[in-house]
Design a binder for this molecule. Structure first.
Ligand SMILES: Nc1ncnc2c1ncn2[C@@H]1O[C@H](COP(=O)(O)OP(=O)(O)OP(=O)(O)O)[C@@H](O)[C@H]1O
Length: 407
């Protein structure tokens, strides 16, 4: 199973005012400008591959996904794919608001060409997955809350076993419980061999899920290949953009920038980050550490449910460059997740911290048991300075080295 984009171009006619469309027709003179959303897009997604699309807002990712799903047509070029396609794009876009949840699901089943027993099976799978009550499913969907609507839409979109799954940021559907369930469903379909085309701004998820990726920039493919190469190139571009825009702003504010990022789930995170502190060997000033000192990081989290979870951290530079990151998930060949309602304290010791002089900060994350869903995060916190007082070598980190031929 392959998705093949050949010479794709997509242009939109943009009118300044709605009436210009009519005036254009009446006067036969052009009153629109042409906006090129995609041009020269040529690539293939291999069978069984999970392929990521990344890029800035407005780069053209959703347009490309919609063309792949067949919901819009390219202006030039063509896309081919075989097998059954499920698209998690504008979820629920095809729903009829006046009809009940049940009727909408039957309608979706009919669109897939299902009848009789196959349709009954589809309805059973979708309703069970949605976890909506019979009473709710009998009501018109226009009376649903947005969360209920999205649950039903996701359930209906994934009630078939597709050969190709097209996902546009759909991992953030509904509440945390349902987000996890949706993610697991996507992983399950992937395990069964579905080809997945996946677009996300969450680079952690792209790194974790995708074998290959493409960076879409200004409607063109700027880079394509192994995920790590593409994401690293995109991150470098984002850093340049960030430093260009912040050199006038953030630095003028007086230097260091602290922020606790708004977590995607800030008020409801089932595992909240409560505290982070560091302890150095002399314990005098944790904001200033000597290179090659022992440093211990302590992270306190509060779990509000019994669901297993992981904790991750990264040491970052003020420009957001990662120096080093790890997670409990990577420990000792994949340590099993932590679990239990209440307070958990995680300690990480860095013997002889190999950082050299510079400014550093911490990022901390709590993650679900798959290590993919971020439950809570605190980024660019607790700045600290490292001083390399004993050695003359310079740079970010000390690398073990030997002079082999020095006289
Ligand atoms: N129906 C439309 N009419 C005119 N322009 C459109 C239309 N749909 C998309 N565009 C434009 O096409 C470009 C690409 O949009 P697209 O939604 O594909 O970007 P994206 O990469 O998915 O962005 P985001 O990350 O913000 O979702 C944008 O400049 C957008 O304004």
């Amino acid at each position: 199973m392959t998705i093949c984009f050949e010479g794709i171009e997509k242009t939109y006619m943009v009118y300044a005012r709605p009436q210009d469309r009519l005036w254009e027709w009446v006067t036969r003179s052009q009153r629109h400008r042409v906006h090129v959303a995609l041009t020269g897009v040529d690539f293939e997604v291999q069978a069984g591959e999970t392929f990521g699309l990344i890029g800035e807002n407005g780069a053209g990712k959703s347009t490309l996904l919609k063309i792949a799903a067949g919901t819009i047509r390219p202006t030039r070029g063509r896309v081919t794919q075989q097998g059954r396609v499920a698209a998690l794009l504008e979820l629920g876009a095809g729903f009829h608001p006046e009809e009940s949840g049940y009727d909408n699901i039957r309608f979706m089943a009919a669109l897939h060409g299902l009848e009789g027993g196959a349709m009954a099976d589809f309805v059973q799978r979708a309703t069970a997955f949605s976890e909506l009550t019979r009473e709710t499913l009998e009501r018109p969907v226009k009376t649903y809350s947005s969360g209920m609507f999205m649950r039903l839409a996701f359930a209906a979109a994934t009630a078939i076993d597709p050969d190709v799954l097209i996902v546009d940021e759909a991992l953030s559907v509904g509440d945390l419980h349902f987000q996890k369930k949706s993610l697991n469903r996507i992983l399950e379909l992937r395990e069964r061999g579905a080809t997945v085309l996946f677009c996300s701004h969450n680079l952690y998820q792209v790194r974790s899920l995708c074998q290959r990726a493409a960076w879409v920039h200004g409607g063109q493919i700027r880079a394509i290949g192994a995920t790590e190469d593409v994401v690293t190139a995109y991150e470098a571009h984002e850093r340049r953009r960030y430093s260009d825009s912040s050199s006038a702003g953030a630095l003028a504010e007086g230097g260091e920038k602290r922020e606790r990022s708004a977590s995607p789930t800030a008020s409801t995170a089932p595992v909240k980050i409560v505290r982070l502190c560091t302890e150095s060997a002399d314990g005098i000033n944790p904001a200033q550490v000597d290179s090659f000192q022992d440093l211990t990081l302590e992270i306190e989290v509060e779990a509000y449910s019994n669901a297993p979870f992981h904790v991750g951290f990264a040491i970052v530079r003020p420009d957001k460059d990662n120096v080093f990151g790890s997670s409990t998930q990577f420990q000792g060949g994949g340590r099993s997740a932590m679990q239990g309602i209440g307070t958990h304290v995680i300690r990480v010791r860095f013997p002889r911290l190999p950082l050299l002089s510079g400014e550093y900060l911490w990022n901390v994350y709590t993650l679900d048991d798959t290590g993919l869903q971020v439950l809570d995060m605190a980024e660019l916190i607790q700045p600290f300075t490292v001083l390399n007082q004993k050695h003359r070598e310079f740079g970010l980190v000390w690398l073990e080295h030997e002079w082999l031929s020095a006289a």
